[in-house]
Write a protein that binds this ligand. Structure first.
Ligand code: SF4
Ligand code: SF4
Length: 449
Protein backbone atom coordinates (compact mmCIF):
# COMPACT_ATOMS: atom_id res chain seq x y z
CA UNK A 1 0.00 0.00 0.00
CA UNK A 2 1.22 3.51 -0.83
CA UNK A 3 2.11 5.87 1.98
CA UNK A 4 -0.25 8.68 2.92
CA UNK A 5 -1.53 10.71 5.90
CA UNK A 6 -4.72 10.46 7.95
CA UNK A 7 -7.76 12.59 7.02
CA UNK A 8 -7.95 14.63 3.84
CA UNK A 9 -10.39 14.70 0.97
CA UNK A 10 -10.69 14.29 -2.81
CA UNK A 11 -11.86 17.43 -4.61
CA UNK A 12 -12.12 17.15 -8.43
CA UNK A 13 -8.63 17.52 -9.89
CA UNK A 14 -9.44 19.71 -12.91
CA UNK A 15 -5.83 19.58 -14.16
CA UNK A 16 -6.84 21.26 -17.43
CA UNK A 17 -3.28 22.33 -18.24
CA UNK A 18 -1.39 19.11 -17.52
CA UNK A 19 -0.45 18.78 -21.19
CA UNK A 20 0.43 22.46 -21.68
CA UNK A 21 4.21 23.08 -21.67
CA UNK A 22 5.47 26.22 -19.95
CA UNK A 23 5.35 29.07 -22.50
CA UNK A 24 7.43 32.21 -22.09
CA UNK A 25 5.09 35.15 -21.62
CA UNK A 26 6.01 38.17 -23.72
CA UNK A 27 8.17 40.74 -21.98
CA UNK A 28 5.87 43.09 -20.02
CA UNK A 29 6.11 46.83 -20.77
CA UNK A 30 5.98 47.60 -17.07
CA UNK A 31 6.59 45.46 -14.01
CA UNK A 32 5.21 46.19 -10.54
CA UNK A 33 7.64 44.70 -8.03
CA UNK A 34 6.46 44.68 -4.38
CA UNK A 35 9.11 44.97 -1.66
CA UNK A 36 7.17 42.36 0.33
CA UNK A 37 6.79 39.00 -1.42
CA UNK A 38 7.82 36.81 1.49
CA UNK A 39 7.03 36.11 5.14
CA UNK A 40 9.07 38.47 7.35
CA UNK A 41 10.26 42.04 7.18
CA UNK A 42 9.70 43.93 3.90
CA UNK A 43 12.81 44.67 1.84
CA UNK A 44 14.17 48.23 1.79
CA UNK A 45 14.28 50.01 -1.61
CA UNK A 46 17.78 50.69 -2.98
CA UNK A 47 16.65 52.64 -6.05
CA UNK A 48 14.78 55.88 -6.69
CA UNK A 49 12.57 57.21 -9.45
CA UNK A 50 14.54 57.76 -12.64
CA UNK A 51 17.26 55.16 -11.92
CA UNK A 52 18.29 52.87 -14.78
CA UNK A 53 18.42 49.20 -13.81
CA UNK A 54 19.52 45.95 -15.41
CA UNK A 55 17.75 42.58 -15.28
CA UNK A 56 18.70 40.78 -12.04
CA UNK A 57 20.01 43.92 -10.33
CA UNK A 58 19.10 44.19 -6.62
CA UNK A 59 16.48 46.95 -6.19
CA UNK A 60 15.69 46.35 -2.50
CA UNK A 61 17.81 45.02 0.38
CA UNK A 62 16.57 42.52 3.00
CA UNK A 63 14.92 44.23 5.97
CA UNK A 64 16.32 41.72 8.51
CA UNK A 65 17.39 38.07 8.84
CA UNK A 66 13.87 36.84 8.04
CA UNK A 67 13.68 38.82 4.81
CA UNK A 68 15.08 38.64 1.28
CA UNK A 69 16.29 41.10 -1.35
CA UNK A 70 14.23 41.97 -4.42
CA UNK A 71 15.65 42.19 -7.96
CA UNK A 72 14.60 43.87 -11.15
CA UNK A 73 12.88 41.37 -13.48
CA UNK A 74 13.69 43.51 -16.57
CA UNK A 75 16.21 46.08 -17.73
CA UNK A 76 14.78 49.59 -17.86
CA UNK A 77 13.95 52.63 -15.77
CA UNK A 78 12.32 53.02 -12.35
CA UNK A 79 9.23 55.13 -13.02
CA UNK A 80 7.67 55.18 -9.56
CA UNK A 81 7.84 53.88 -6.01
CA UNK A 82 4.55 53.84 -4.14
CA UNK A 83 1.72 51.65 -2.89
CA UNK A 84 0.05 49.27 -5.32
CA UNK A 85 -2.48 46.38 -5.03
CA UNK A 86 -0.92 43.11 -3.89
CA UNK A 87 -2.03 39.47 -3.87
CA UNK A 88 -1.77 39.45 -0.04
CA UNK A 89 -5.01 41.49 -0.07
CA UNK A 90 -3.68 44.94 0.78
CA UNK A 91 -1.66 47.68 -0.90
CA UNK A 92 2.11 47.26 -0.56
CA UNK A 93 5.05 49.53 -1.42
CA UNK A 94 5.97 48.64 -4.99
CA UNK A 95 8.77 49.59 -7.38
CA UNK A 96 7.45 50.13 -10.90
CA UNK A 97 9.95 49.65 -13.73
CA UNK A 98 9.39 50.44 -17.40
CA UNK A 99 11.15 47.88 -19.58
CA UNK A 100 13.61 49.18 -22.22
CA UNK A 101 13.00 46.03 -24.28
CA UNK A 102 16.71 45.11 -24.24
CA UNK A 103 16.28 42.60 -21.39
CA UNK A 104 19.94 42.95 -20.46
CA UNK A 105 21.33 41.01 -17.48
CA UNK A 106 23.24 42.78 -14.71
CA UNK A 107 27.01 42.22 -14.94
CA UNK A 108 27.16 40.24 -11.65
CA UNK A 109 25.03 37.38 -12.98
CA UNK A 110 27.75 34.90 -13.91
CA UNK A 111 28.26 31.16 -13.74
CA UNK A 112 30.61 29.77 -11.09
CA UNK A 113 32.43 26.94 -12.88
CA UNK A 114 33.34 25.44 -9.50
CA UNK A 115 29.76 25.58 -8.11
CA UNK A 116 29.69 21.92 -7.09
CA UNK A 117 32.39 22.42 -4.49
CA UNK A 118 30.88 25.42 -2.66
CA UNK A 119 30.35 24.94 1.09
CA UNK A 120 27.11 25.18 3.09
CA UNK A 121 27.77 28.79 4.16
CA UNK A 122 28.25 29.91 0.55
CA UNK A 123 25.09 28.06 -0.50
CA UNK A 124 23.07 29.95 2.12
CA UNK A 125 24.64 33.27 1.08
CA UNK A 126 23.90 32.74 -2.62
CA UNK A 127 20.35 31.61 -1.86
CA UNK A 128 19.78 34.72 0.25
CA UNK A 129 21.40 37.03 -2.31
CA UNK A 130 19.12 35.57 -4.99
CA UNK A 131 16.05 36.59 -2.97
CA UNK A 132 14.59 33.09 -2.69
CA UNK A 133 11.38 32.55 -0.77
CA UNK A 134 9.30 29.33 -0.87
CA UNK A 135 7.69 29.06 -4.29
CA UNK A 136 4.91 26.66 -3.26
CA UNK A 137 2.96 29.61 -1.88
CA UNK A 138 4.21 29.82 1.73
CA UNK A 139 6.94 32.32 0.71
CA UNK A 140 9.16 31.66 3.73
CA UNK A 141 12.74 32.93 3.12
CA UNK A 142 14.70 29.91 1.85
CA UNK A 143 18.04 30.78 3.46
CA UNK A 144 16.34 30.76 6.89
CA UNK A 145 15.02 27.25 6.23
CA UNK A 146 18.54 26.23 5.24
CA UNK A 147 19.90 27.52 8.58
CA UNK A 148 18.42 25.19 11.24
CA UNK A 149 19.74 25.65 14.79
CA UNK A 150 22.46 23.20 15.88
CA UNK A 151 20.15 21.46 18.34
CA UNK A 152 17.69 20.60 15.54
CA UNK A 153 19.77 18.72 12.95
CA UNK A 154 18.10 17.82 9.65
CA UNK A 155 18.55 14.24 8.50
CA UNK A 156 15.83 14.12 5.81
CA UNK A 157 15.08 16.47 2.93
CA UNK A 158 11.77 16.09 1.10
CA UNK A 159 11.19 17.75 -2.25
CA UNK A 160 7.54 18.59 -2.69
CA UNK A 161 6.12 17.68 -6.10
CA UNK A 162 2.68 16.70 -4.78
CA UNK A 163 0.78 19.67 -6.27
CA UNK A 164 -2.51 18.56 -4.74
CA UNK A 165 -4.47 21.79 -5.37
CA UNK A 166 -7.10 21.44 -8.11
CA UNK A 167 -6.24 23.13 -11.44
CA UNK A 168 -2.57 23.85 -10.68
CA UNK A 169 0.01 22.15 -12.92
CA UNK A 170 2.99 24.52 -12.81
CA UNK A 171 5.02 22.11 -10.64
CA UNK A 172 3.97 19.18 -12.83
CA UNK A 173 5.28 20.92 -15.95
CA UNK A 174 8.47 21.94 -14.17
CA UNK A 175 9.12 18.30 -13.20
CA UNK A 176 8.69 17.24 -16.84
CA UNK A 177 10.72 20.12 -18.27
CA UNK A 178 13.51 20.65 -15.72
CA UNK A 179 14.10 17.34 -13.88
CA UNK A 180 17.92 17.61 -13.76
CA UNK A 181 17.75 21.14 -12.31
CA UNK A 182 15.27 19.98 -9.63
CA UNK A 183 17.54 17.12 -8.60
CA UNK A 184 20.65 19.30 -8.60
CA UNK A 185 18.77 21.80 -6.41
CA UNK A 186 17.66 18.98 -4.09
CA UNK A 187 21.26 17.81 -3.77
CA UNK A 188 22.37 21.37 -2.91
CA UNK A 189 19.67 21.61 -0.20
CA UNK A 190 20.79 18.30 1.34
CA UNK A 191 24.40 19.45 1.28
CA UNK A 192 23.51 22.79 2.93
CA UNK A 193 21.83 21.09 5.91
CA UNK A 194 23.89 17.89 5.99
CA UNK A 195 20.88 15.58 5.40
CA UNK A 196 21.49 11.87 4.87
CA UNK A 197 18.32 11.08 2.92
CA UNK A 198 16.55 12.97 0.14
CA UNK A 199 13.11 12.16 -1.26
CA UNK A 200 10.93 13.64 -3.98
CA UNK A 201 7.21 13.13 -3.24
CA UNK A 202 4.80 13.19 -6.21
CA UNK A 203 1.08 12.36 -6.33
CA UNK A 204 0.37 9.41 -8.59
CA UNK A 205 -1.90 11.42 -10.90
CA UNK A 206 1.42 12.53 -12.46
CA UNK A 207 2.93 9.18 -13.54
CA UNK A 208 4.89 10.90 -16.32
CA UNK A 209 6.63 13.15 -13.77
CA UNK A 210 7.39 10.15 -11.54
CA UNK A 211 9.03 8.28 -14.42
CA UNK A 212 10.91 11.35 -15.77
CA UNK A 213 12.37 12.04 -12.33
CA UNK A 214 13.20 8.38 -11.68
CA UNK A 215 15.06 8.28 -14.99
CA UNK A 216 16.88 11.55 -14.19
CA UNK A 217 17.93 10.12 -10.79
CA UNK A 218 19.36 7.06 -12.54
CA UNK A 219 21.03 9.01 -15.38
CA UNK A 220 22.57 11.57 -13.02
CA UNK A 221 23.47 8.98 -10.35
CA UNK A 222 21.70 11.13 -7.74
CA UNK A 223 21.30 9.66 -4.26
CA UNK A 224 17.62 10.63 -4.19
CA UNK A 225 14.47 8.51 -3.91
CA UNK A 226 11.35 9.37 -5.92
CA UNK A 227 8.18 8.39 -4.02
CA UNK A 228 4.76 8.07 -5.66
CA UNK A 229 1.95 9.07 -3.28
CA UNK A 230 -1.81 8.51 -3.54
CA UNK A 231 -3.90 11.45 -4.73
CA UNK A 232 -5.36 13.09 -1.66
CA UNK A 233 -5.79 16.69 -0.58
CA UNK A 234 -3.76 18.25 1.16
CA UNK A 235 -0.93 15.79 0.35
CA UNK A 236 1.34 18.75 -0.50
CA UNK A 237 1.05 20.39 2.94
CA UNK A 238 4.44 20.14 4.69
CA UNK A 239 3.34 18.21 7.75
CA UNK A 240 1.17 15.79 5.76
CA UNK A 241 3.96 15.16 3.24
CA UNK A 242 6.46 14.46 6.03
CA UNK A 243 3.99 12.09 7.69
CA UNK A 244 3.23 10.29 4.40
CA UNK A 245 6.90 9.76 3.49
CA UNK A 246 8.62 9.25 6.85
CA UNK A 247 5.78 8.38 9.24
CA UNK A 248 6.98 11.20 11.53
CA UNK A 249 4.44 13.55 13.17
CA UNK A 250 5.39 17.22 13.30
CA UNK A 251 4.19 18.55 16.70
CA UNK A 252 1.34 21.15 16.72
CA UNK A 253 2.32 24.86 16.37
CA UNK A 254 4.85 26.20 17.15
CA UNK A 255 6.23 22.77 16.13
CA UNK A 256 8.15 22.78 12.85
CA UNK A 257 9.45 20.13 10.43
CA UNK A 258 12.93 20.60 11.92
CA UNK A 259 11.55 19.24 15.23
CA UNK A 260 11.38 15.83 13.52
CA UNK A 261 14.62 16.26 11.54
CA UNK A 262 12.94 17.17 8.25
CA UNK A 263 13.11 20.00 5.75
CA UNK A 264 10.66 20.38 2.84
CA UNK A 265 11.34 22.37 -0.33
CA UNK A 266 9.06 22.83 -3.30
CA UNK A 267 10.28 21.66 -6.75
CA UNK A 268 10.24 25.25 -8.06
CA UNK A 269 12.39 26.35 -5.15
CA UNK A 270 14.90 23.61 -6.03
CA UNK A 271 15.30 24.97 -9.57
CA UNK A 272 15.71 28.49 -8.16
CA UNK A 273 18.30 27.23 -5.63
CA UNK A 274 20.26 25.53 -8.43
CA UNK A 275 20.19 28.75 -10.51
CA UNK A 276 21.29 30.80 -7.51
CA UNK A 277 24.21 28.55 -6.56
CA UNK A 278 25.49 27.75 -10.05
CA UNK A 279 24.73 30.97 -11.96
CA UNK A 280 24.23 33.55 -9.16
CA UNK A 281 20.83 34.14 -10.77
CA UNK A 282 18.13 35.83 -8.70
CA UNK A 283 14.48 34.82 -8.71
CA UNK A 284 12.90 37.05 -11.36
CA UNK A 285 10.52 34.68 -13.17
CA UNK A 286 8.49 31.56 -12.47
CA UNK A 287 6.04 29.00 -13.87
CA UNK A 288 2.43 30.09 -13.32
CA UNK A 289 -0.66 28.04 -14.22
CA UNK A 290 -3.52 30.19 -15.53
CA UNK A 291 -6.61 28.03 -15.42
CA UNK A 292 -10.24 27.57 -14.37
CA UNK A 293 -13.44 27.15 -16.36
CA UNK A 294 -13.73 30.91 -16.70
CA UNK A 295 -10.62 31.52 -18.84
CA UNK A 296 -10.83 30.68 -22.54
CA UNK A 297 -7.52 28.82 -23.07
CA UNK A 298 -5.93 27.60 -19.84
CA UNK A 299 -2.11 27.61 -20.06
CA UNK A 300 1.16 27.31 -18.16
CA UNK A 301 3.24 30.45 -18.49
CA UNK A 302 6.77 31.43 -17.54
CA UNK A 303 6.15 34.95 -16.31
CA UNK A 304 8.36 37.69 -14.94
CA UNK A 305 7.78 38.68 -11.32
CA UNK A 306 5.82 41.94 -11.34
CA UNK A 307 3.68 41.15 -14.40
CA UNK A 308 0.03 42.07 -13.73
CA UNK A 309 -2.40 39.11 -13.50
CA UNK A 310 -4.42 40.79 -16.29
CA UNK A 311 -1.60 40.13 -18.81
CA UNK A 312 -1.47 36.44 -17.87
CA UNK A 313 -5.26 36.08 -18.16
CA UNK A 314 -5.08 37.78 -21.56
CA UNK A 315 -2.42 35.25 -22.64
CA UNK A 316 -4.86 32.53 -21.54
CA UNK A 317 -7.45 33.85 -24.02
CA UNK A 318 -9.16 36.21 -21.57
CA UNK A 319 -12.15 35.75 -19.27
CA UNK A 320 -15.29 33.91 -20.31
CA UNK A 321 -18.61 35.75 -19.95
CA UNK A 322 -19.49 33.95 -16.72
CA UNK A 323 -16.20 34.65 -14.89
CA UNK A 324 -17.07 35.21 -11.23
CA UNK A 325 -13.98 34.89 -9.03
CA UNK A 326 -10.25 35.49 -9.55
CA UNK A 327 -7.92 33.55 -7.25
CA UNK A 328 -4.25 33.82 -6.42
CA UNK A 329 -3.55 30.07 -6.11
CA UNK A 330 -5.98 27.16 -6.30
CA UNK A 331 -9.61 26.95 -5.17
CA UNK A 332 -8.83 25.22 -1.84
CA UNK A 333 -6.17 27.51 -0.34
CA UNK A 334 -5.99 30.37 -2.83
CA UNK A 335 -7.13 33.87 -1.96
CA UNK A 336 -9.81 35.82 -3.86
CA UNK A 337 -8.55 38.99 -5.57
CA UNK A 338 -10.56 42.16 -6.06
CA UNK A 339 -8.51 43.32 -9.03
CA UNK A 340 -6.40 41.71 -11.77
CA UNK A 341 -3.92 44.61 -11.49
CA UNK A 342 -2.11 42.61 -8.77
CA UNK A 343 1.32 41.42 -9.95
CA UNK A 344 2.87 37.96 -10.03
CA UNK A 345 5.08 37.49 -6.95
CA UNK A 346 7.58 34.79 -5.98
CA UNK A 347 4.86 32.60 -4.45
CA UNK A 348 2.33 32.84 -7.33
CA UNK A 349 2.01 29.24 -8.49
CA UNK A 350 -1.31 29.77 -10.22
CA UNK A 351 -4.10 32.12 -11.16
CA UNK A 352 -7.49 30.44 -11.24
CA UNK A 353 -10.70 32.01 -12.54
CA UNK A 354 -13.93 30.35 -11.42
CA UNK A 355 -17.31 30.68 -13.09
CA UNK A 356 -20.50 31.45 -11.16
CA UNK A 357 -21.30 27.81 -10.51
CA UNK A 358 -17.78 26.95 -9.32
CA UNK A 359 -17.43 30.05 -7.19
CA UNK A 360 -19.65 28.23 -4.70
CA UNK A 361 -21.83 31.24 -3.90
CA UNK A 362 -24.59 29.88 -1.68
CA UNK A 363 -26.21 30.60 1.65
CA UNK A 364 -24.89 28.78 4.66
CA UNK A 365 -27.37 26.35 6.23
CA UNK A 366 -27.41 25.15 9.86
CA UNK A 367 -25.00 22.36 10.82
CA UNK A 368 -26.66 18.95 10.71
CA UNK A 369 -23.98 17.36 12.91
CA UNK A 370 -22.95 14.87 10.22
CA UNK A 371 -19.29 14.89 11.34
CA UNK A 372 -17.85 14.96 7.80
CA UNK A 373 -15.71 18.02 8.55
CA UNK A 374 -14.17 16.18 11.50
CA UNK A 375 -13.38 13.07 9.51
CA UNK A 376 -11.44 14.97 6.81
CA UNK A 377 -9.50 17.43 8.99
CA UNK A 378 -5.84 16.46 8.50
CA UNK A 379 -4.87 17.95 11.87
CA UNK A 380 -7.71 16.21 13.76
CA UNK A 381 -9.61 19.31 14.86
CA UNK A 382 -13.34 19.79 15.42
CA UNK A 383 -13.95 22.35 12.66
CA UNK A 384 -17.67 22.74 13.32
CA UNK A 385 -17.14 23.52 17.02
CA UNK A 386 -14.23 25.89 16.45
CA UNK A 387 -16.10 27.74 13.71
CA UNK A 388 -19.15 28.16 15.93
CA UNK A 389 -17.08 29.42 18.87
CA UNK A 390 -15.37 31.92 16.53
CA UNK A 391 -18.76 33.10 15.21
CA UNK A 392 -19.87 33.75 18.81
CA UNK A 393 -16.54 35.48 19.48
CA UNK A 394 -15.62 32.95 22.18
CA UNK A 395 -12.01 33.16 21.14
CA UNK A 396 -10.44 31.68 24.26
CA UNK A 397 -12.61 28.57 23.92
CA UNK A 398 -11.78 28.35 20.19
CA UNK A 399 -8.08 28.52 21.04
CA UNK A 400 -8.49 25.78 23.64
CA UNK A 401 -9.95 23.59 20.89
CA UNK A 402 -6.82 24.14 18.79
CA UNK A 403 -7.97 26.92 16.43
CA UNK A 404 -4.37 28.04 15.89
CA UNK A 405 -3.44 24.56 14.60
CA UNK A 406 -5.80 24.97 11.64
CA UNK A 407 -3.73 25.31 8.46
CA UNK A 408 -6.72 26.69 6.51
CA UNK A 409 -6.63 23.84 3.99
CA UNK A 410 -10.37 24.22 3.29
CA UNK A 411 -11.12 20.46 3.40
CA UNK A 412 -13.84 20.94 6.03
CA UNK A 413 -15.61 23.62 4.01
CA UNK A 414 -15.35 21.51 0.87
CA UNK A 415 -17.15 18.48 2.36
CA UNK A 416 -19.81 20.29 4.41
CA UNK A 417 -23.29 19.43 3.07
CA UNK A 418 -24.70 22.55 4.77
CA UNK A 419 -22.28 24.78 2.81
CA UNK A 420 -20.89 26.12 6.09
CA UNK A 421 -17.89 28.32 5.32
CA UNK A 422 -15.99 26.79 8.20
CA UNK A 423 -12.53 27.92 7.13
CA UNK A 424 -13.73 31.52 6.88
CA UNK A 425 -15.04 31.47 10.47
CA UNK A 426 -11.93 29.68 11.76
CA UNK A 427 -9.64 32.16 9.99
CA UNK A 428 -11.60 35.00 11.65
CA UNK A 429 -11.14 33.22 14.98
CA UNK A 430 -7.39 32.79 14.44
CA UNK A 431 -6.89 36.43 13.45
CA UNK A 432 -8.85 37.60 16.50
CA UNK A 433 -6.90 35.30 18.87
CA UNK A 434 -3.59 36.61 17.49
CA UNK A 435 -4.77 40.23 17.78
CA UNK A 436 -5.80 39.65 21.41
CA UNK A 437 -2.43 38.06 22.18
CA UNK A 438 -0.62 41.00 20.64
CA UNK A 439 -2.71 43.47 22.67
CA UNK A 440 -2.04 41.54 25.88
CA UNK A 441 1.70 41.50 25.18
CA UNK A 442 1.69 45.27 24.56
CA UNK A 443 -0.24 45.90 27.79
CA UNK A 444 2.19 43.71 29.78
CA UNK A 445 5.12 45.54 28.21
CA UNK A 446 3.74 49.02 28.96
CA UNK A 447 2.95 48.00 32.57
CA UNK A 448 6.54 46.80 33.00
CA UNK A 449 7.98 49.99 31.48
S1 SF4 B 1 -10.18 22.90 10.43
FE1 SF4 B 1 -8.52 23.83 9.30
S2 SF4 B 1 -7.01 22.20 9.02
FE2 SF4 B 1 -8.96 21.22 9.58
S3 SF4 B 1 -9.96 20.76 7.62
FE3 SF4 B 1 -10.71 22.77 8.25
S4 SF4 B 1 -9.33 24.22 7.25
FE4 SF4 B 1 -8.30 22.22 7.19
S1 SF4 C 1 -19.68 18.95 7.80
FE1 SF4 C 1 -21.02 20.73 8.04
S2 SF4 C 1 -22.98 19.88 8.63
FE2 SF4 C 1 -21.45 18.24 8.92
S3 SF4 C 1 -20.80 18.47 11.10
FE3 SF4 C 1 -19.40 19.67 9.87
S4 SF4 C 1 -20.26 21.75 9.90
FE4 SF4 C 1 -21.89 20.33 10.52
Amino acid sequence: MKKTFRGGTHPPEWKLTAEQPGEKLKLPEKVYVPILQHIGAPAIPLVKKGDEVKKGQPIADPGGFVSVPVHSPVSGKVVSIGTYPHAFGRDVETITIESDGADEWHENIKEDADWESVDAKTIRERVRNAGLAGMGGAAFPTHVKLSPPEEKPINTVIINGAECEPYLTSDHRLMLEKPAEILAGAQIVSKAVGAKRTFVGIEDNKPDAVSVLKKAVKDGKFDIKVVSLPVKYPQGAEKQLINAITGREVPPPPGLPMDVGCLVQNVGSCVAIYNAVRFNKPLIERYVTVSGHAVNNPVNLIARIGTPFSELVEAAGGYTKDAAKLLNGGPMMGSAQWTDMVPVIKGTSGIVVLNKEEAYISDEQPCICCGRCISVCPVFLLPTNIARLAEFERFEDAENLGALECMECGSCTYVCPSKRNLVHHIRFGKTSIMALKKKEAQQTKSKGA
